[in-house]
Design a protein around this ligand. Sequence first.
Ligand code: ZN
Length: 319
Amino acid sequence: MLAYADAHADTFYEAALKGHDPARDDSPLHINLSRMQAAGQTLQVCSIFTPARYSKAEATAFAHGIIDCLDRHVAAHPGTLGKALRAADIAAKGPRIALIPWLEGASPLAGRLELLDEFFARGVRGIGLTHNHRNEVADGCGCKEPRLGLSEFGHRLVEKMEALGVAVDCAHLPQPAFSQVMALVKRPPCISHTGCRALVHITRNADDAMLRAIADRGGFVGIDFYPGHLIENAFAPGTRAASADDVAAHVTHALNLCGEEHVGFGSDFDGFEDTCTDLRHLGDLRNLEAALRARGLRDHTLERVFSRNLLAYLGRVLL
Ligand SMILES: [Zn+2]
């Protein structure tokens, strides 16, 4: 069976907010421990998402609350879960599923570089610079044009992230900030969860130039499983339902542009409710494998897409 690694899911955000337990099979979460084990999962990047209504100290406290929740679950299941803190933890994938806390949006840093040290000490090894809204780093993809690019704080943050070995994640990051980050980075950046704009024309999706820019720098692109990114007008009346084959279409497009070493999954599971019909939760992962095989992907490429590319990317970025 193919091993599986995922560059983005909101499971611990949901667990922290709603009290759902990923160790219970009857929880409504898309991802739970038994599904992770059945999927052959070796690594999960755990989104520490902070809603737009929180800023400054409130955003900082909210993010720490989600990491508290993640830490409680790691402590409760020491044989199954462990945090990956350094490149060696990624390379030496052991019997445990490696979890990596990852800020989705830099608002918990509240414009203060020293807070990066605090979050780093708690295991954060990647930061999505923005979510949809404006924060101290830049305007997000939900902001109207003309959008503000990378701030002075954003510049210094990216430099400090690279010095610490924290992945620079450009999901939700529109132009002009995206190009400014590409000009600034010296280490491989990523887009942890996205669709391809060539297939679904929304600002949230990465266009072909963005995908190539990430691959050119040795980075990683994770294709997500959210119908709104996968088919045009996904939730409009009369639109057909999205399926695992639509994920496969975006994966195939990204592979054609980026080459087979730079593409994988960033499911965004537990970050949305209306799923693809045959990719309702992690337990349906084999439907995605079947859809990719039906599009002609062979074992060596599937192994890369399902886990090796993300593990190799993190191995290049973490210190
Ligand atoms: Zn997101």
